[in-house]
Design a protein around this ligand. Structure first.
Ligand SMILES: Cc1cc2nc3c(=O)[nH]c(=O)nc-3n(C[C@H](O)[C@H](O)[C@H](O)COP(=O)(O)O)c2cc1C
Length: 219
């Protein structure tokens, strides 16, 4: 194999794996109950999830791993009783963070310390984010939803890659969930993602998507 063909073969492999991952994933709503996920797996999932991009690398998110029976019941009560919360090994509450510009300097410091980001750029990003986000609740909320949604998708793909199943949920009462899990005033619950072991006998298939021609235009 030539030096030039190596990257091409790797690219082909990456595309094959990613295609298989996307074509086979479903939003799982039924899990084998009574299963749990060990702490190491949970932390691997969140480490991979944290590699998601966010504006300015704000990392304006936080994750709550709901795994105890008591916490699952508390969450289920805020999610209109949706049963997958009880049977999933873990449900992650994905929170987006408001006022994220206030912690941007700190969030970027490790990149500056490791020589990846010049301190000048760090300061210019902090200045730009501060200017646009201060007193702009709409932008803060938009950015929180963007970051948390990207994180949610990464979390689901990471779970699938680890042989687990996952499903996104927005069917919950945000106000009630805020109270039940004592979220900070700067936090907004964006999505729930259930993760667990899929039911063995399930024959659920991925739902059909609109044709590319219906959703793609060129400019
Ligand atoms: C933002 C969002 C919110 C969703 N909320 C719920 C929910 O509350 N309950 C549920 O059972 N499924 C929920 N779903 C799952 C969708 O119904 C599912 O992703 C869609 O029908 C496509 O299914 P498939 O990927 O299995 O083909 C949600 C999906 C998304 C992306």
């Amino acid at each position: 194999m030539t030096a030039q063909s190596q990257p091409l073969a790797q690219t082909e492999l990456n595309l094959q794996s990613f295609t298989a991952l996307m074509e086979n994933r479903i939003s799982t709503g039924r899990y084998q109950s009574g299963q749990s996920l060990d702490q190491q797996s949970i932390e691997t999932l969140i480490r991979l999830t944290s590699l998601s991009p966010s504006a300015y690398n704000l990392q304006n998110w936080r994750f709550i791993a709901v795994q105890s029976a008591e916490a699952k019941a508390r969450l289920q009560a805020q999610a209109y009783g949706q049963p997958q919360i009880a049977s999933a090994a873990v449900t992650f509450i994905i929170c987006g963070t408001l006022n994220a510009h206030r912690q941007l300097h700190t969030a970027l410091q490790p990149s500056v310390d490791s020589g990846i980001l010049p301190a000048k750029v760090q300061q210019s990003w902090v200045d730009a984010a501060t200017q646009t986000h201060t007193d702009n609740p709409q932008l803060q909320r938009d950015e929180a939803f963007r970051s948390a949604s990207l994180a949610a998708m990464t979390l689901m793909l990471a779970a699938e890659s680890m042989g687990l199943a996952a499903g996104p949920m927005s069917g919950f009462d945000a106000e009630g969930l805020n109270k039940a899990f004592q979220l900070d005033t700067d936090e907004v619950p964006v999505m729930l993602v259930t993760v667990g072991y899929p039911e063995k006998e399930s024959n659920r298939q991925q739902k059909r998507r609109k044709p590319v021609a219906d959703v793609l235009s060129y400019a």
